[in-house]
Design a protein around this ligand. Structure first.
Ligand SMILES: NC(=O)c1ccc[n+]([C@@H]2O[C@H](COP(=O)([O-])OP(=O)(O)OC[C@H]3O[C@@H](n4cnc5c(N)ncnc54)[C@H](O)[C@@H]3O)[C@@H](O)[C@H]2O)c1
Length: 260
C-alpha cells in the first residue's frame, strides 16, 4: 500500500514544498499537492487541489478530496508561509520594499500573515489528524530561524508577525506531538535559516544580499545560504521511518546561524 502524503505550498517550482513533494514521490509516496498556484499543477501527475491553506473550509475540502481519491493520509507537510505572496490576491506579486514590524504593520497584515503561517498549519493538522491516527504517520511543520531570533528591523520582504507566527509553529508542533504520540503520529518541525527558494531570490533582487530576510548573508557562519534540496532532504527524512523515534523536535538547518 502506497503511503499518501499531503504537501501544502508545493506548486511553485522553486519552492521548498516542491522539492519535498518530489522527494516524497521518490520515496514511493502518493503525493497530493495543495496550493493556490494552479499554474504549477501540471508538473505533478497525482492529485493537485487548489487550496487556500489559511481558509478552514478550503482545507477541509482538500482533505475530503484526498480521502475520496486515496482513502488514507500517512504524511502531512505544511510548507505554506511567508510575509507576502500568501493570498490569492498577492500570490504573483513581488515582495514589498518595506519591513513590516509589529509596531507599524496594519491589523490586516497581522491577520493575513498569522493566517498563512500559523492558522494554515493548525487547519491542516486538525483536518488530517483523524486519518493520520488510523494507522499512524508523520507531520512536518516549517518554522524559521525567525522564531527564535526575530527578524532584524530593516530586513526587506519580511515581517514581525511572521516571526511570531513561526514561533507559534514550534509550540503547535510540541503540543500536537504530545497529543498524537500515543496514536503513532510523529509531529516535528524544521526551522530553516536563509534558503535559496524562488521567494528568497525575489527578495534578494529587491534587497541585495546585505539586507535580506535575516540580515547580511556574510554573517552566516557557513558563508552561504542553504539550498532548497538540502532543506527538503531533511524534511523528507522526518517523514520516513528512518526517524521513527523522533517527535516533538525542532530541527534547525541554518549554516550555524545561531552560533553567530
Ligand atoms: N526560503 C527561506 O529562506 C525560508 C526560510 C525560513 C522558513 N521558510 C519557510 O519555508 C516555507 C516555504 O518557503 P519557500 O521559500 O519555499 O516559499 P515559496 O514562496 O517559494 O513557496 C510557497 C508556496 O506556498 C504557496 N502558497 C502561498 N500562500 C498560500 C496559501 N494561502 N494557500 C496555499 N498555498 C499557498 C505558494 O503558491 C508556493 O507554492 C514557508 O513556510 C517559509 O516561511 C523559508
Amino acid at each position: 500500500m502506497k503511503r499518501v502524503a499531503i504537501v501544502t505550498g508545493a506548486a511553485k517550482p522553486e519552492s521548498i514544498g516542491f522539492a519535498v513533494a518530489r522527494g516524497l514521490i521518490e520515496e514511493g509516496c502518493e503525493v497530493v499537492v495543495a496550493d493556490l498556484y494552479t499554474e504549477g499543477f501540471s508538473a505533478f501527475k497525482g492529485l493537485c487541489v487548489k487550496t487556500d491553506a489559511s481558509d478552514q473550509s478550503s482545507v477541509e475540502t482538500m482533505v475530503k478530496k484526498t480521502i475520496e481519491a486515496h482513502a488514507r493520509i500517512d504524511i502531512l507537510v505544511n510548507c505554506v508561509g511567508g510575509s507576502w505572496g500568501i493570498t490569492e490576491q498577492d500570490l504573483r506579486s513581488p515582495p514589498r520594499a518595506t519591513f513590516l514590524g509589529l509596531a507599524n504593520c496594519e491589523l490586516s497584515d497581522w491577520r493575513t500573515i498569522l493566517g498563512a503561517n500559523l492558522d494554515s498549519a493548525f487547519y491542516c493538522c486538525r483536518a488530517a489528524t483523524p486519518y493520520l491516527k488510523k494507522q499512524g504517520g508523520a507531520i512536518v511543520n516549517i518554522s524559521s530561524i525567525a522564531a527564535r531570533k526575530g527578524i532584524p528591523p530593516g530586513a526587506l520582504g519580511s515581517s514581525g508577525p511572521y516571526a511570531v507566527a513561526k514561533a507559534g509553529i514550534m509550540a503547535l508542533t510540541r503540543q500536537l506531538a504530545l497529543e498524537l504520540g500515543g496514536f503513532g503520529v510523529r509531529v516535528n518541525c524544521v526551522a530553516p535559516g536563509v534558503v535559496a527558494s524562488g521567494r528568497l531570490n525575489q527578495v534578494f533582487q529587491l534587497s541585495g544580499k546585505d539586507r535580506g530576510p535575516e540580515g547580511p548573508v556574510s554573517q552566516i557562519p557557513m558563508g552561504r545560504v542553504g539550498t532548497v534540496a538540502e532543506t527538503a532532504a531533511l524534511i523528507v527524512a522526518l517523514c520516513t521511518d528512518d526517524t521513527a523515534y523522533m517527535t516533538g523536535v525542532m530541527v534547525d538547518v541554518n549554516g550555524a546561524s545561531y552560533a553567530a
